[in-house]
Design a protein around this ligand. Structure first.
Ligand code: MN
Length: 389
C-alpha cells in the first residue's frame, strides 16, 4: 500500500474543504458523496449586476492543463517518431517534436523566462504543468521508467524555482506497474507534486485492466487526482481516424479519452476504488452531454456485461472533474456547470497547443456570476490540486 502524504507532525494533510479520505462509507448517499465537492455546492446562478464582466478584468487564473517537456524526453520521442510504425499518434508527434522550425517545442521546453513572460502578458498566475503528450508511454519500459523520474525531478525543480507560478502533475510509466506505483509515491510524498497525468492507453491497454489496478489504488491512497489526458485512438479503433486529420484534436482525442473514462465506469473499477479522482480534458470530452442517454442504457445491471454499481452520472458526480482546455464556448461551460456541478470544473489553456489569449478572454468574458468565475478560474484548482492560496 502506498504511504499517504502527511504533514511533518504526522497529522493527515487533508484540506479543510476537500476530500476527506477517512470518511467511513455507508449507504448509497455517502457512496455517491463527491470526492470533488467543495464548500459551495449551491449552483450560483448569474444574477443582475454580477452577470457581465468586461473582457480584461483581472481575476486570479490557474491554468490546469499546461504542457512542458525536457530535452531528454523530446529526443526519445524523436527516436520513436523516426522509427515509424502504424501508431496513430505518430503524425501529431512528428509535427511537435520533429518539425522545423521547432516553435512548439521551444515553448514546451521553457520552464522559466519564455513561459512566464507569456503568462505575464496575458494575466495568467499559474500553470499546472504536465509532461506533454505522449508522456513516457511510447518508450521501451526501462527508458520510460528512467525518463519519468528525470521528468518529475525537473518539474519539481521548476516548481521550487517558481513556487507561485508553477504547480505540477507527475508522470509515470504504466508499462511497469510496480515502478509506476513507486514513482507515484515519490512524486507526492517526496517531490510534493500535485497529482498525476496519464495520456490514455499504454500499448493499447486501458486502466481498467486488472494489471493497472495498483496504479489506481496508489492514486486513491495518495489522495491525488489522476488527469486522464487524451492521445490518438488505440490500434483497435484507429482506422477511420486516419483520414482528414481526424486522429487528434479534431475528434480522435475526444473519442479515445471518453472511451477510456467510460471503461473505468462500466468495468466497476470505480466501485473498487470509490475515492479515486479523475480529471478529464476538453469540457469532459463530450461525456456531460451524453449523461442522460448513458444513464438510460448503462444503468447498473441493465445488460449482462455491465459491471457498474452506479449510474454513469453518479460516477461523474463522485469521481470526476473536468477542465475547459481547448473549448472556449460559454454555452458549453454553462451546460456543464448546470449538469455536473460548479465545483468540478477548472479552467485550462492547453499551452502551448492553444493560444493563451483566447482562453483568457473566454474565462474573463463568459456570462458567469463572480462566484462561478472565481471557482472555475482558480478556486476549484486550488482545492482539487492542493495548491496554496
Ligand atoms: Mn493537452
Amino acid at each position: 500500500m502506498p504511504k499517504r502524504r502527511g504533514k511533518p507532525d504526522g497529522k493527515d494533510n487533508e484540506p479543510k474543504t476537500g476530500i476527506n479520505r477517512r470518511v467511513v462509507l455507508g449507504g448509497l448517499s455517502s457512496i455517491v458523496a463527491s470526492a470533488f465537492s467543495g464548500p459551495t455546492l449551491a449552483k450560483a446562478l448569474p444574477d443582475g449586476d454580477q452577470q457581465s464582466r468586461a473582457a480584461g478584468t483581472r481575476i486570479r487564473k490557474i491554468a490546469t492543463e499546461e504542457a512542458f517537456t525536457i530535452p531528454e524526453v523530446a529526443e526519445a520521442v524523436r527516436d520513436v517518431v523516426r522509427h515509424g510504425g502504424t501508431n496513430l499518434d505518430l503524425k501529431v508527434l512528428s509535427l511537435i517534436y520533429d518539425a522545423s522550425p521547432r516553435t512548439l517545442l521551444s515553448r514546451l521546453l521553457s520552464l522559466d523566462a519564455t513561459r512566464i513572460s507569456e503568462m505575464d502578458a496575458n494575466g495568467v498566475d499559474m500553470h499546472v504543468l504536465s509532461l506533454a503528450i505522449p508522456g513516457v508511454q511510447m518508450f521501451e519500459t526501462d527508458k520510460a521508467v528512467a525518463l519519468a523520474r528525470l521528468s518529475n525531478d525537473r518539474l519539481s525543480e521548476a516548481m521550487r524555482s517558481h513556487p507561485k507560478r508553477f504547480a505540477g502533475l507527475a508522470t509515470f510509466a504504466p508499462q511497469d506497474t510496480r515502478a509506476a506505483v513507486l514513482e507515484m509515491e515519490r512524486a507526492i510524498n517526496t517531490l510534493k507534486l500535485n497529482g498525476f497525468l496519464v495520456n490514455s492507453h499504454t500499448e493499447n491497454v486501458y486502466l481498467d485492466a486488472s494489471r493497472c489496478w495498483p496504479i489506481l489504488e496508489a492514486a486513491e491512497a495518495l489522495g491525488a487526482p489522476l488527469y486522464l489526458h487524451p492521445r490518438a485512438p488505440s490500434d483497435g479503433m484507429a482506422a477511420p481516424f486516419r483520414d482528414y486529420s481526424m486522429d487528434g484534436a479534431i475528434w480522435g482525442y475526444a473519442v479515445e479519452a471518453s472511451t477510456h473514462a467510460l471503461r473505468l465506469m462500466l468495468s466497476g473499477v470505480l466501485d473498487r476504488f470509490p475515492r479515486l479522482r479523475i480529471v478529464l480534458s476538453h469540457m469532459g470530452e463530450a461525456l456531460p452531454f451524453w449523461l442522460s442517454r448513458l444513464d438510460l442504457v448503462a444503468a447498473p445491471g441493465s445488460r449482462p456485461a455491465l459491471k457498474n454499481k452506479l449510474k454513469p452520472s453518479e460516477y461523474i458526480q463522485r469521481n470526476f472533474a473536468i477542465t475547459t482546455s481547448g473549448v472556449q464556448d460559454p454555452q458549453a461551460l454553462r451546460f456543464c456547470i448546470d449538469k455536473i456541478g460548479l465545483d468540478r470544473i477548472m479552467w485550462a489553456i492547453d499551452y502551448p497547443f492553444q493560444p493563451t489569449a483566447t482562453a483568457v478572454k473566454f474565462i474573463e468574458s463568459a456570462t458567469l456570476s463572480d462566484q462561478e468565475r472565481a471557482q472555475v478560474a482558480f478556486q476549484n484548482a486550488e482545492r482539487i490540486f492542493r495548491i496554496p492560496k
